[in-house]
Design a protein around this ligand. Structure first.
Ligand code: NDP
Length: 294
């Protein structure tokens, strides 16, 4: 029997509907959630992502502003901008669109964002909080995956989750979140010997490699839940994931498509984190986060 499709667009729409109500409530009580996006250089993909984020913000009631810097900008100019945004009470979330140009130090830039405004969840403090099971902001893509699993009531506790990919923005935080929820977690990388011996054991298989159709039908067990984070452009211009969707769909229990799977969830969770940051600021619960402490 063919797998049940996990429809990211539908789940994203329903999550956005719920959080729009929260944003409206905040606005009525005098706080409009605000997001600042910093982009350095003219990477075409980054420009599209930023445009999509700005549009999504306006649809849900978040005020947003974009700070654009040329490719040859000095790191200090960007740091000065972040410091000003940290002090700006109309801005509750700050994100730096990655990648930054090679002459930038990613960690230095990201850790200059006030912890309570780090809506991407990439600040070293927030990563540490996630490791210790006290997450303050969950990184958007793995957060979106967790919401997809929850909305389909796919049980996590006691399940064997196999995460393929160990990037800081997807694979590693994904593994930590699954671990926190009681899964037995295996993380595979490009160095893993005989990938399929691990993927075949997965009850939940999460793939984030950027390698088109890496996971084939022979690599999964019947009934597995397959979450495909990958977004790859095929030679003919169409998008495909890291999973060979059609044949794997015939074996899996649940599967996400590409496009229309994890993608719509990522921006959605950014919106949720921004509204959450604004709610916290409105309630005055951020005083524990003093930048001088980090
Ligand atoms: P990275 O390139 O940072 O990381 C890829 C990871 O995959 C690495 O850890 C690498 O291992 C591993 N890998 C590569 N080849 C193999 C292989 N043959 N077998 C096992 N592991 C392998 O990518 P990201 O994590 O940033 O992104 C992954 C994919 O997800 C991309 O297609 C990206 O476009 C997409 N993406 C989608 C998002 C969404 O919203 N849907 C959001 C973010 C990313 P090693 O470390 O050993 O090199």
């Amino acid at each position: 029997m063919s797998a049940q499709i996990i429809d990211g667009k539908q789940i994203a729409a329903s999550v956005r509907g719920e959080w729009k109500l929260r944003a409206e409530k905040l606005i009525q009580s005098g706080t409009t959630p605000g997001l600042a996006v910093i982009i350095v250089g003219d990477n075409p993909a980054s420009s599209i992502y930023v445009r999509n984020k700005v549009r999504a913000c306006s649809e849900i009631g978040i005020f947003s502003e974009v700070h654009s810097f040329p490719q040859d900008a000095q790191q200090q100019e960007v740091l000065d901008c972040i410091h000003a945004l940290n002090e700006n009470t109309h801005i509750h979330g700050i994100l730096v669109q990655l990648p930054l140009p090679p002459h930038f130090e990613n960690n230095r830039v990201i850790t200059s964002i006030a912890v309570e405004k780090d809506v991407d969840g990439f600040h070293l403090y927030n990563i540490g909080a996630l490791v210790t099971g006290n997450a303050h902001f969950l990184p958007c893509t793995p957060y979106g995956v967790m919401v997809m699993l929850e909305r389909h009531q796919i049980s996590i506790e006691g399940q064997h989750a196999v995460v393929v990919g160990r990037s800081n923005i997807v694979g590693k935080p994904m593994a930590l979140m699954l671990l926190e929820r009681g899964a037995t977690v295996t993380v595979c990388t490009s160095r893993t010997r005989d990938l399929s011996q691990f993927t075949k054991q997965a009850d939940i298989l999460i793939v984030a490699t950027g390698k088109p159709r890496l996971i084939t039908a022979a690599m999964v067990k019947p009934g597995v839940t397959v979450i495909d984070v990958g977004i790859n452009r095929s030679a003919d211009g169409t998008l495909c994931g890291d999973v060979d969707f059609e044949p794997v769909k015939e074996i899996a229990g649940y599967i996400t498509p590409v496009p229309g799977g994890v993608g719509p969830m990522t921006i959605t969770m950014l919106l949720c984190n921004t509204i959450l940051a604004a709610e916290r600021a409105h309630a005055g619960v951020n005083s524990e986060f003093n930048q001088d402490n980090f």
